[in-house]
Design a protein around this ligand. Structure first.
Ligand SMILES: Nc1ncnc2c1ncn2[C@@H]1O[C@H](COP(=O)(O)OP(=O)(O)OP(=O)(O)O)[C@@H](O)[C@H]1O
Ligand SMILES: [Mg+2]
Length: 366
């Protein structure tokens, strides 16, 4: 029996359904709960007293994470890391490390195994469904535009001899037809999206450009705040497509805020622990983080799970293609986009790769 967990907490510790380890100040394992014994396939007795990095193999700098938790006295999350034990094959997990409330030198490390098959399977099927929906829509878009041009032209001709209510009706036909054309053009944008031409891109320059056009256009009623990490290295990205991503995100935030306005917060930072797994390999790093944060009403709860899918919109005149395009562009960059939203705070986070090592001497674009 391990005595480092106070007896009063022992039932709680033993009942915790999540694998958890208590780490002492020197990085030694002090306690291992039963869920972790099962998960790691080792008894608590055999692990207690051992340095954590000898028993637990995590493809993230644990020492640094521990130091960060101790210094900030706040929890650190390592997402999509692989956790193994040497004998046990690594499993993709989210790891959370937090300080003990009454003794911040000691840390609680919790492991949440991700259901990879489910997660990747779902992402794949969503992507496939989106792809086929878009493919079909593109075809339709093309087919509808021609007859629509005919309808618009006929309505315009008709309107010449009309007055009053009748004229209003033909104007309605023209206006609505234009709206449909605009929608179709957006659908076609998907088809025309070329593969990204990646170069070393200064993310702050692109954000700046997006901010400037937002400030004089759709976000003129918003307050814009920047919080940039000046040491952020260049991203490996297509500058124009990245600009489109930031503009779409800013536009959504400005539209969600409504005419009363609000604050748009642009934030960048580096997170070396973030990796995206591809296939069976160790995955690739996506350390550059760009967050577009707003203080608006948040995603409509009934849409929150599907906002990246095409034609999902909570706005009266929305086509629901803005975020689908964002998601397509980011996935073409082998990047990652995530959203967290509660009323008053919505965070869209874009994670991007660095410039590959062998091209690090490339001139920065633009
Ligand atoms: N920052 C945000 N705050 C609140 N809701 C948002 C935010 N961003 C997106 N949404 C919701 O997600 C929906 C989908 O966004 P998306 O950009 O894909 O489509 P849209 O803005 O409705 O139309 P489009 O961009 O094609 O003109 C929006 O309609 C809105 O309901
Ligand atoms: Mg939009």
């Amino acid at each position: 029996m391990i005595r480092t967990v106070p007896p009063a907490d022992e039932t709680l510790w033993a009942s915790l359904p999540v694998p958890a380890l208590l780490i002492g100040p020197g990085g030694l394992i002090e306690a291992v709960n039963p869920a972790a014994e099962v998960f790691l396939n080792h008894s608590a007795r055999s692990m207690a007293g051992a340095p954590v990095d000898e028993r637990l193999f995590i493809d993230a700098p644990l020492d640094e994470a521990f130091a960060r938790v101790r210094a900030s006295r706040a929890a650190v999350f390592l997402n999509d890391v692989h956790v193994g034990t040497g004998e046990k094959a690594p499993v993709q997990c989210n790891v959370q490390i937090g300080p003990l409330a009454d003794d911040p030198g000691r840390l609680l490390l919790m492991i949440e195994a991700r259901d990879i098959a489910d997660r990747l399977g779902r992402a794949q099927s969503v992507k496939r469904a989106a792809k086929s929906a878009i493919g079909m829509s593109e075809m339709l878009a093309h087919e509808i535009k021609n007859p629509l041009a005919g309808i618009t032209g006929a309505a315009q001709l008709l309107s010449m001899g009309l007055k009053g209510d009748d004229l209003e009706l033909t104007e309605l036909i023209v206006a609505e037809s234009r709206r449909i054309v605009k929608l179709l053009e957006q659908v076609e944008q998907f088809g025309n999206l070329r593969p990204p031409e990646c170069r070393a891109v200064n993310v702050h320059d692109v954000l700046d450009r997006a901010r400037r056009s937002a400030a004089v256009g759709f976000a003129a009623h918003m307050h814009i705040r920047e919080d940039y990490d000046p040491s952020l290295p260049p991203a490996w990205a297509d500058r124009d497509q990245l600009l489109q991503v930031f503009l779409n995100l800013l536009k959504n935030a400005a539209e969600a805020a409504g005419p009363g306005g609000g604050t748009l917060h642009l934030r960048t930072f580096y997170d070396h622990a973030l990796r995206l797994r591809d296939g069976d390999g160790p995955g690739h790093a996506l350390p550059l983080q760009v967050e577009i944060i707003d203080d608006g009403p948040g995603l409509p709860p009934d849409l929150a799970a599907d906002v990246f899918e095409p034609f999902v919109s909570g706005r009266e005149n929305g086509t629901g293609l803005g975020l689908a395009l964002v998601s397509k562009i980011i996935s073409d960059h082998a990047g990652w986009i995530a959203v967290e939203s509660v009323p008053g705070r919505t965070v869209f986070r874009v994670s991007l790769p660095r410039v590959p090592k062998d091209t690090a001497t490339d001139r920065e674009s633009g």
